[in-house]
Design a protein around this ligand. Structure first.
Ligand code: HSE
Length: 396
């Protein structure tokens, strides 16, 4: 079976490496997958697989031998056009591109169905962690009540290195970029956009309706200070960037990505470095946790190649998700999320206690910190914090 790989960056080169290792027999051979073309605009003059490189997507689209196309280019354009064109030619597409899936998932799934092809994206969320298939298949009997996850390896790596090694934000971000964890534009990582795309994909699988990243309330980690990290420690908590999808009474999900205080007694608090973890609460199974490397070349490529093998084994079988098209009200707004919160600010703590009512004071100083004791809608807590110019971090 001949495949093509579009995008020869971190993940794409990992895919070629895994497939070729298998092919040459240095590892167990699970099948006869072979890379026929690699599409990239760059030159790789010293690369072992340079003879497979092309800059013309038509070489792939017009090649009847190629039945499966891997898209590891990232970004929406031109990935969308290439993927759509491949599907229209009846080729199955496997992607690690969360922006593409979160933005155009329902449309591409429809296109795949219409052309008797598959569109699979296990690697788009949680890197190497088996996540999409377990949620979609192994937990299919469940009503998914809630998902909480650490879905961005870069920010989790940054938090861990800053806390454990006392490293600066800038230095750790540079290290994450060198290790191939960060997005081309690392703003997507630190501002929570990458995690928003991923929780949008998980919520779409849980609900069967396409939720887009702009329907996820999103805040990044840039406002978190050393004071917040230390104060969280006093509360026996750590701060993590948490992505949440919670099912509300009307059957729709409220989705958000924000920093959160996580109790050190929770399993997810021990998820460090580039690792990701997702806790899923299903009405029958209860709570499960899926854990593993959330980014990186071979870890992510492992999930891509698994999808390729799945396509290859089921050439005439529909293996793809079925999502209803996105609508403006596909997700609920964040008033559907009830929680307690950590509040910190400068000035008189009495003003803050007046606004928030029943609270636990954690630090009473030039910068104060408190936690609320009565759960309230997140929107309400945020509005109160805005009144006194304070920062708010939810507790999970
Ligand atoms: N930038 C992403 C992360 C890569 O750090 O998690 C994996 O999706």
């Amino acid at each position: 079976m001949k495949i093509a790989v579009m995008g020869y960056g971190t993940v794409g080169s990992g895919v070629v490496e895994i497939v070729e290792k298998r092919h040459t027999g240095t590892k167990r051979k699970p099948g006869d997958i072979e890379v026929k073309y690699i599409l990239d605009i760059h030159d790789f003059p010293n690369d072992e697989f340079r003879h497979l490189l092309t800059k013309d997507v038509n070489d792939i689209l017009n090649c009847d031998e190629i039945k499966i196309v891997v898209e590891t280019m990232g970004g929406h354009k031109p990935a969308f056009d290439f993927v759509a064109a491949a599907l229209k030619k009846g080729k199955s597409v496997v992607t690690s591109n969360k922006e593409l899936v979160a933005t155009s998932g329902a449309e591409l799934l429809k296109l795949a169905r219409e052309n008797n092809a598959n569109f699979l994206f296990e690697a788009s969320v949680g890197g190497g962690i088996p996540l999409i298939r377990p949620l979609s298949q192994c937990l299919a009997a469940n009503d998914i009540l809630r998902i909480d996850g650490i879905l961005n390896g870069t920010t989790n790596f940054i938090f861990t290195q800053m806390i454990d090694e006392g490293a600066t934000f800038e230095d750790v971000l540079k290290e994450a970029q060198d290790l191939g964890y960060a997005e081309k534009d690392p703003t997507d990582d630190v501002e929570g956009i990458d995690a928003a795309r991923k929780i949008a994909i998980l919520a779409s699988i849980a609900g069967g309706v396409h939720i887009t990243a702009d329907q996820v309330f999103t805040e990044g980690i840039t406002k978190i200070t050393q004071f917040d990290v230390e104060t969280a420690g006093k509360l026996n908590c750590v701060i993590k960037l948490i992505a949440t999808a919670k099912k509300c009474k009307n059957g729709k999900y409220v989705c958000l990505v924000t920093p959160a205080l996580v109790s050190k007694n929770s399993l997810i608090s021990n998820v460090n470095g580039v690792f990701n973890a997702v806790m899923v609460n299903g009405d029958s199974v209860g709570e499960i946790m899926l854990y593993g490397p959330g980014a990186g070349k071979l870890a992510t490529a492992s999930a891509v190649v698994a999808d390729v093998l799945d396509c290859a084994k089921h050439m005439d079988v529909d293996r793809s998700e079925k999502w209803l098209a996105n609508t403006p009200d596909a997700a609920n707004d964040i008033s559907g999320l009830i929680c307690n919160a950590y509040v910190s600010g400068c000035g008189d703590i009495n003003k803050a206690t007046e606004v928030f009512g029943d609270v636990q004071t954690v630090v009473d100083g030039e910068t104060y910190a408190l936690v609320t004791k009565t759960p309230a809608p997140f929107t309400e807590l945020k509005a109160k914090a805005d009144l006194i110019n304070a920062k708010i971090i939810r507790l999970i």
